[in-house]
Design a protein around this ligand. Sequence first.
Ligand code: M6R
Length: 365
Amino acid sequence: EKGGYEHYMLKEIFEQPEAIRNATRGRIDADQGTAVLSGLALSPRELVDFHRLLIVGCGTSLNAGLVGEYAVEDFAAMLGEVEQAAEFRYRNPIVGSKDLVVAISQSGETADTLAAVREAINKGAMVAGLVNVVGSTIAREAGRGIYLHAGPEISVASTKAFTCQVSVLLSIALKLARGRRMSLEEGQRIANEILRVPDLVQQVLEKNDEIAKVAENFVKFDNMFYIGRGYMFPVALEGALKIKEISYIHAEAYNAAELKHGPIALLEENMPVVALMNKGPGKEKTVGNVEECRARKAPVLGVITEGDDEAREACDWVIEIPECPHYTATIVATTALQLFSYHVARLRGCPIDQPRNLAKSVTVE
Ligand code: M6R
């Protein structure tokens, strides 16, 4: 049932081109440069009237939510906010009828996310679930919903759910943008970029052997940093979460600018850094940060755009990804980091599909 793969995690990583196609099928209208999201059922008036897109979730779903926050501000010039579901529910949050709340949960059963859904509904917000498991509690309780259609995710470490969540969040941001301010032409450009993603992810999967080789260099470390700017910051967070949970290497993610405000004190030859330095806004600055890391003897693995010699020269090792805008590179670069984590964990002999202390869905607080 693992389809010839050694672990569910690897199978699910490789299922991503198809899963993302399913998550976006019928939802991206390239001609109209918009998204069709019947589960949201927003009227043209509602699209304009919302003041804020508020996203709640936990773990990997929270990291996907941060991409959603950035995208809605970037595409729609609308206020976006993401909050960890437990923090949201216990803070007496300010939320109401001007908010569109999206609760993200692969399982649809996460206790804190469910409680956040109830809290937002009680306070009068429109709540939509972005859920993978059909008929799950969050899917039933949220007033509206969008199913991921990623297919079953068995591995405790979430992979294809993240990339599908981000695909749908980009679609939501596009829909809001087109209803508010974005031109047809701009919308078409973004829609076509979203439609390219499955092929780009496929190209990363074809580098599996290469990524496995790079991973060999990391087996010996106990700590790691992940850095990225802008859209690449949530990718750093997700990369660090994945390596922590399956390889048991302690990892921290920072937006690259934050390094010099403290974490830089930890840099030395036993503190490798994974840097998201693919082409896009902030890349040059991240290259500068990488040079600062290497000056302190920290070894650097760069995720770079194919053929970017400047970025390559700044690093000890690289994983190349195809050229794409940063908003879709969140998906493409994450795929590369999933494979990287997988191979590090495999080489360390970790129980990849069932890491210690973790369950697939966290139904208690
Ligand atoms: O089912 P959910 O998306 O609500 O789960 C949220 C987190 O528990 C989950 O993403 C967790 O962080 C994963 N193990 C990450 O790989």
